[in-house]
Design a protein around this ligand. Structure first.
Ligand code: NAD
Length: 480
């Protein structure tokens, strides 16, 4: 059974409407390659109409008492929980991920509404005195202004709520530009937010097959004051350049290349469980996905054999089938990329312990794969694989493991397994990443600051930091 399809038009100023020139884009089921829906395909003027709507709605929304915005966000949380099974099926249908992953995403996505409903009423300023005694320093936070939110296809609900919830909590209005591959979840969320009482124009949703010109036009509009982007580092760099024109504040959640370190003294059962989560959540299509496994020599062979057994046992299939452990990738291009990376590693001498092929069926599938003895010059150690492939490399010393982990332009997250907590904390502090999972396979939590260093991004989402990204500190110097 397939889920109900939400409205498939642009959502601007509380109205569903077609693209100005009537164009539509196709949404494809990656499990079957069948057409799911044709949705409105916005042009530049539609994007600017959405900015205008957000701008008109901004003053009244910013004046609302924080408690009212908080209760609106709380209702969004409750409606997401009410509709969790529907939303999970819709995510699974258009993205391909397994239903259990999709259910996990809905729960995670809903939590951002709950968390920021609580933060909305705790955005307190500060009062101090200048060290020289000249004046009082009074600081209050104000909404940063109209925000453009650009999200990827891999977590179509959670990447949207991780931006919308703090934006609204801070008192900002916004335009959401979801990925063209997964617009239906965004439309379903727009329906839900309208039901929760979010006023017209506060959240607008614009889908387009031409994100470059549409987003450039929005970023060139002086009414826009904020860009919050989640996606690849390559597109992030382009958008940073566009945002420079109007000196727009940017929060960037970009690509990752997470190392997964397992020391000889690790709890191997826990490390295998953690590896399965860190690698296979979302079928490997996650910015946080473990991309490189570095395993100390004493346990290397045993770890490799057990990981290969677990990966080889995963059932690959249609995301909506409850028996599926790993769904398809998002597009044929994604399958080709994963396949090329595996072939390159094998050509350089890596050994295939599991998978390494496409299954002989329709849909955009690739088999869960484990590669051992991957040479250090293999391309997949330097690039995001974004698929169900675990490359293993052996190491000898702690210093070598840290150097290998840091040998990348990315710095989003790292995983470390050791029973020696002193070593765990020492290594965690030396790894160049915004986040470390120490003896865990998962870091994401709405209450924690999520984000990267180096070319993995700028700023943090979630936690208290998340609302500050959508706020400006207003300083008033005074005496009394
Ligand atoms: P992408 O960069 O191709 O696309 C992201 C968004 O940008 C989409 O909405 C897309 O339509 C839009 N876009 C694409 N080209 C554009 C252009 N020229 N101008 C303006 N907008 C453009 O990324 P993707 O393939 O959708 O997602 C996968 C990437 O996202 C991976 O690199 C992954 O690591 C990253 N990601 C990061 C995080 C994080 O929190 N750091 C979370 C999820 C995904």
């Amino acid at each position: 059974m397939t889920p109900r399809i939400p409205p498939v038009q642009l959502f601007i100023d509380g109205q569903w409407r077609n693209a100005g020139d009537g164009r539509r884009l196709r949404v494809i089921d990656p499990s079957t390659e069948a057409l799911i829906a044709e949705v409105a395909d916005a042009g530049v003027q539609d994007g600017l109409d959405a900015v205008a709507a957000a701008s008109r709605a901004a003053p009244a929304f910013a004046r609302l008492p924080a408690r009212e915005r908080a209760e609106m966000l709380r209702r969004c949380f409750e409606l997401m929980i009410r509709d969790k099974e529907y939303l999970a099926q819709l995510i699974s249908f258009e993205n391909g991920k397994s239903l259990s992953d999709a259910r996990g995403e809905v729960a995670y996505a809903a939590e951002f509404f709950r968390w920021f409903s609580e933060e909305a009423v705790r955005l307190n300023g500060q009062l101090g005195t200048a060290p020289g005694g000249a004046n009082r320093i009074m600081v209050q936070y104000q909404p940063i202004g109209v925000s453009v939110l650009v999200t990827p296809w891999n977590f179509p609900a959670a990447m949207a709520t991780r931006k919308i919830a703090p934006a609204l909590a801070a008192g900002c209005t916004c335009v959401l530009k979801p990925a063209a591959e997964t617009p239906l979840t965004a439309f379903a969320m727009a329906e839900l937010m309208a039901e929760a009482g979010v006023p017209d124009g506060v959240v607008n949703v614009v889908t387009t097959s031409e994100p470059g010109p549409v987003i450039d036009a929005m970023l060139a509009d002086p009414r826009v004051r904020k860009l919050s982007f989640t996606g690849s580092t390559q597109v992030g760099r382009t958008l940073l350049r566009s945002a420079a024109g109007q000196v727009i504040s940017c929060s960037m959640e970009l690509g990752g290349n997470a190392p997964f370190l397992v020391f000889d003294d690790a709890d191997i059962d826990a490390a295998i469980e953690g590896a399965m989560v860190a690698k296979m959540r979302n079928g490997g299509e996650a910015c946080t996905a473990a991309n490189r496994f570095y395993v100390q020599r004493g346990i290397y062979a045993g770890f490799a054999a057990r990981l290969a057994e677990r990966m080889g046992a995963i059932q690959v299939g249609n995301g909506l089938d409850p028996a599926t452990g790993c769904g398809p990738l998002i597009t044929p291009k994604a399958v080709n990329k994963v396949s090329d990376l595996v072939d390159d590693a094998v050509a350089r001498g890596a050994r295939v312990l599991a998978g390494g092929t496409r299954p002989g069926r329709g849909g955009y599938f690739y088999m869960p794969t484990v590669l051992a003895d991957v040479p250090r010059d293999a391309r997949l150690l330097g690039e995001e694989i974004f698929g169900p492939v675990a490359p293993l490399v052996v190491f000898d010393t702690e210093a070598e493991a840290i150097a290998l982990a840091n040998d990348t332009e990315y710095g989003l997250v790292a995983y470390v397994y050791t029973r020696d907590m002193a070593r765990g904390l020492r290594v965690s502090m030396q790894i160049e990443s915004g986040m470390v999972a120490l003896n865990r396979g998962l870091v994401s939590d709405p209450a924690a600051p999520f984000g990267g260093v180096k070319q993995s991004g700028l700023g943090r989402e979630g936690a208290h930091e998340g609302i500050l990204e959508f706020s400006e500190a207003k300083y008033i110097a005074t005496n009394w």
